[in-house]
Design a binder for this molecule. Structure first.
Ligand code: BES
Ligand code: MN
Ligand code: ZN
Length: 486
């Protein structure tokens, strides 16, 4: 699927499908001599958000099909606009068109400019047009839609072109993140993530490397190694380095992702029901990799380092036991009271490693706790930060891109719950607030850094039968990176 920009008069277009508001469609139909057909077709049309109507003008018509999008009269709110464009994207997916012109940027949306309106349209299309069919041997219908041109006038041309450039990059990152997430756990293991990450190394200014378990041993990463001990597939710490700026000595942004390619819980084993969902426990890794790919494809002028803590959490005769005490690469000791609280263990060594890059910012992303699903459900990723400006920048990026976050507390009051009887800190706490306590655990390993943590267990994949990776929060992260590079 390719996006492009098209200018010129709407009534002179040639396309399989024109996606436009009712009054725009009316003008085009009139120009093409299809007035009667149009007015008959829209007799019962309810012009409101979420409603669409397809009108076939015939194979000889310059515009073969009109996709009339409801709810775009006058000035509309952001949420009504979202509703309209999501319906439009959904209808376009099944419209059997190879090409389309998307003319919805000209709608008036309260407080939003052309760049935002175009970006939002592409986001809706990116969301809707994705599917994962790699393992279906029965016939699957590939998407018929090959290209969407966003219509712009002379004034909106340059912001729309910029949105197309960013939107195409976002799609590449988002699709990749979702594919990685949806791969089954017998395929997507730590070595697979490394092989996939290495593909980024083909781009200019990108290098990909990895620490193997031996190297991690040397670095004293006892917490990471405690998680991977029970598995037959060795853990990897993957490092992607993108140098997008020539400015010497600029401090990089570091992204860190939880890449547990399967989380059985280890010796603190999980119940069987829905355990298969733990193949998505590497979505933090997938989304930081996706955001990185988007940044590289958009050639953002930033220095970015992405660290993926990839491991499998399995029970075995060699696996870590509840009660084991390990030493982390920071020097702090951890009493592992529950081997199912493994994400924070791989992350604490990754965060310690991040500090060596003297970053201006570190952001980790993880499907860290079931508790965050109780707190926020599927609508917002939890945002924790020891830096208010960073938290706000992430919340703003989420709001702007429609991939929301919500700030959670990191007050000192919570820290006492992680007290261990025998070590510096325990890997689980008492007294509820499971997502906050997990964040508090991580906060102990980022002293002196500007740091944020996103708990995405609620947003990375939906519960229930239609579950597939959402790619969240690639859009939030990519928007944050765009803003940081501007
Ligand atoms: N990967 C899970 C968290 C999770 C649960 C993600 C459901 C997505 C959906 C994590 O490793 C985990 O098991 N967390 C435990 C922590 C507990 C042992 C303190 C949890 O949330 O139950
Ligand atoms: Mn777990
Ligand atoms: Zn986990």
């Amino acid at each position: 699927m390719k996006y492009s920009t098209t200018t010129g008069t709407l009534t002179e277009l040639k396309t399989d499908c024109l996606v436009a508001a009712k009054d725009q469609c009316e003008r085009v139909a009139a120009e093409l001599g299809s007035e009667a057909l149009f007015s008959a077709a829209v007799l019962d049309f309810e012009d409101k958000p979420g409603v669409t109507l397809q009108i076939n003008l015939g194979t000889k018509s310059a515009v073969r099909k009109l996709l009339v999008v409801g709810g775009l009269k006058g000035t509309v709110t952001t949420s009504d606009y979202d509703k309209s464009i999501k319906a439009a994207a959904g209808a376009l997916k099944t419209a059997k068109a190879r090409s389309a012109v998307w003319a919805l940027v000209s709608a008036r949306v309260k407080d939003q400019d052309n760049y935002w309106k175009a970006s939002r349209g592409i986001t809706a299309l990116n969301d809707t047009l994705y599917s994962f069919d790699a393992y279906r041997t029965a016939e699957t219908k590939p998407l018929s839609l090959k290209s969407v041109a966003l219509h712009a006038d002379s004034r909106s041309r340059s912001p729309v072109a910029r949105a197309v450039r960013h939107g195409q990059a976002a799609k590449a990152g988002l699709d990749w993140a979702r594919d990685l997430g949806n791969q089954p756990p017998n395929v997507c293991n730590p070595s697979y993530l490394l092989r996939e990450a290495r593909k980024l190394g083909r781009a200019p200014n990108v290098t990909v490397s990895a620490l193997d378990e031996k190297k991690m041993e040397e670095l004293g990463m006892g917490a990471f190694l405690a998680v991977t001990r029970g598995s037959e597939t060795p853990g990897k710490m993957i490092i992607i380095r993108y140098r997008g700026t020539r400015r010497a000595g600029e401090a990089p942004i570091v992204l860190v992702g939880k890449g547990i390619t399967f989380d059985t819980g280890g010796i603190s084993i999980k119940p069987a029901a829905n355990m298969h969902e733990m193949k998505w426990d590497m979505c933090g890794a997938a989304t930081v990799m996706g955001a990185t790919k988007a940044a590289i494809e958009a050639r953002l002028p930033i220095d970015l380092i992405t660290i993926v803590a990839a491991a499998e959490n399995m029970p075995s005769g060699r696996a870590t036991r509840p009660g084991d005490i390990v030493k982390t690469s920071s020097g702090k000791t951890v009493e592992i009271l529950n081997t199912d609280a493994e994400g924070r263990l791989v992350l604490c060594d990754a965060l310690t490693y991040a500090a060596r890059y003297k970053p201006r910012t570190v952001i980790d992303v993880a499907t860290l706790t079931g508790a965050v699903i109780v707190a926020l459900g599927a609508h917002a990723s939890a945002v924790y930060a020891n830096d208010d400006d960073l938290a706000q920048a992430l919340l703003d990026a989420g709001e702007y891109s429609g991939d929301r976050g919500w700030r959670m507390p990191l007050w000192d009051d919570y820290q006492a719950a992680l007290k261990s009887q025998f070590a510096d800190v325990a890997n689980i706490g008492t007294g509820g607030a499971g997502s906050v306590l997990a964040a508090c655990f991580l906060s102990r390993f980022v002293e002196g850094l500007s740091w944020a943590h996103l708990d995405i267990a609620g947003t990375a994949f939906p519960r229930g039968p239609q579950n597939g990776a959402t790619g969240r929060p690639v859009n939030m992260l990519f928007r944050y990176l765009i803003n940081q590079s501007g």
